[in-house]
Ligand binder design. Structure first.
Ligand SMILES: Cc1ncc(COP(=O)(O)O)c(C=O)c1O
Length: 404
């Protein structure tokens, strides 16, 4: 059993007031709050350790490098990767997907196909459109069923010997759907296609084991799992990363440079051009330690309980409709109330200290699929409580009253 009071005590921001009310932070899908250990690690780097990594012989450079690489080892263990050089540090999920899509521009050509799904975040749509435009490959889309799950029969129909890559989310940031990525990976591999999983919404909610999962690429952002912004992870299988061309050129990613020719560094440095977000990467270790100490399966169990509770409570509000009712869901509730604009709901509940997100959540094709302009979204984390859900539901009811 998790001690939620103790967990909350680690997040200083949860004590603050918003509009004179206690903050109820239900926008964890956008970014999570940070525990004191992460905040301290960032500050401590600049206070006591600041130096560039991988380049110096002096003490501080060695210290910063060791701590930076320690995070890489921690990520490796956290996701069960075979090698630490299969962990590439990026700016975030968007950057990780762009890195791979940029590389595939040169690996694909006319007649090749990439499959994504209808529930993707724009960051798992646009880079593939750009990739197709330049390479001549074709983009195919797995459609959505009414409950917000993927139409796996259609996926079977889309797969062919032309499929070179499948890129889908592990968990939808809008609908909360947990996709059956094990089945997707197996089916795609049967056609020798590679698979990239966008794990932005999954990495702190689902235990990950890359070797068991057998994904070719998996990516996520540190800031969605209690870590700093501007840090992301791209996991890739060694043999594939070795053939993928570098994303950006510059310092750190080279072996030798002359005006005639440049040879590239080995993994992971081949994909880490330039000075990275050193303090962020170092502090990210604290975020992973925080999750590991609690246990991902304990977190998932608690969040499931919150999901059941919030679902039952919001459905008591007359005229409220939830978008995304798949059997396997994460603690994300997108909803609309008949006759009300989600934006207005968001504004009014904010006056009561409740932070929810409104809009298309960077998933405009989902909005088109359900023929709606946007939704209001509650996304929960391990530090949230049933009492906070009660406050939120009360605020939504009040908003409904005021707007009707
Ligand atoms: C499913 C999903 N993919 C990708 C992203 C993009 O993440 P980032 O903005 O950290 O690059 C998000 C962010 O909300 C997301 O939810």
């Amino acid at each position: 059993m998790l001690d939620i009071k103790k967990i909350r005590a680690q997040f200083p921001i949860l004590n603050r007031k918003v509009n004179g009310m206690s903050l109820v932070y239900f926008d964890n899908g956008a970014t999570t709050q940070k525990p004191q250990s992460v905040i301290d690690a960032e500050a401590n780097y600049y206070t006591d350790e600041n130096s560039n990594v991988h380049r110096g012989v002096h003490f501080l450079s060695g210290l910063a490098t060791d701590k930076f690489e320690e995070t890489r080892n921690t990520v490796q263990a956290f996701i069960g990767a075979r090698h630490n050089h299969e962990i590439i540090f990026t700016k975030g999920t968007t950057d990780s997907i762009n890195l791979v899509a940029n590389g595939y521009r040169t690996l694909l050509g006319e007649g090749d196909e990439i499959i994504i799904s209808a529930l993707e975040h724009h960051s798992n749509i646009v880079p593939w459109q750009m990739c197709c435009k330049i390479s001549g490959a074709t983009l195919k889309v797995i459609p959505l069923l009414d409950n917000g799950s993927l139409d796996m029969n259609e996926f079977d129909n889309l797969l062919s010997k032309n499929t070179k890559l499948v890129s889908v989310s592990h968990i939808s940031n809008t609908l909360g759907t947990v996709n059956d990525i094990e089945a997707i990976i197996e089916k795609a591999h049967n056609f020798s296609a590679k698979v990239m999983i966008d794990g932005a919404q999954a990495a702190s909610h689902v235990a990950l084991d890359m070797q068991k999962l057998d994904a070719d690429f998996y990516c996520f952002s540190a800031h969605k799992l209690f870590g700093p912004t501007g840090v992301g992870v791209l996991y890739g299988k060694e043999e594939i990363l070795n053939v993928l061309p570098p994303y950006q050129g510059g310092g750190e990613m080279i072996k030798e440079v002359s005006f005639e020719k440049t040879t590239y560094a080995c993994l992971p440095h081949k994909f880490e051009a330039g000075t990275p977000n050193i303090s962020g990467v170092i502090a990210f270790k604290q975020a992973i330690d925080f999750i590991t100490d609690l246990g991902v399966s304990e977190i998932a169990k608690y969040e499931e309980e919150l999901l059941r509770y919030v679902t039952a409570e919001v459905l008591k509000i007359e005229g409220l409709k939830i978008y995304g009712t798949a059997a396997h869901k994460s603690a994300i509730i997108s909803f609309n109330i008949e006759g009300l604009h989600p934006y207005d709901i968001g504004l009014i509940v904010d006056k009561m200290g409740v932070a929810i997100r409104t809009g298309h959540h960077c998933t405009q094709p989902i909005m088109d699929r359900f023929n709606i302009p946007g939704t209001a979204r509650i996304s929960l984390s391990v530090y949230n409580t049933k009492q906070e859900i009660d406050v939120c539901v009360k605020a939504i009811k009040k908003a409904k009253l005021m707007l009707s």
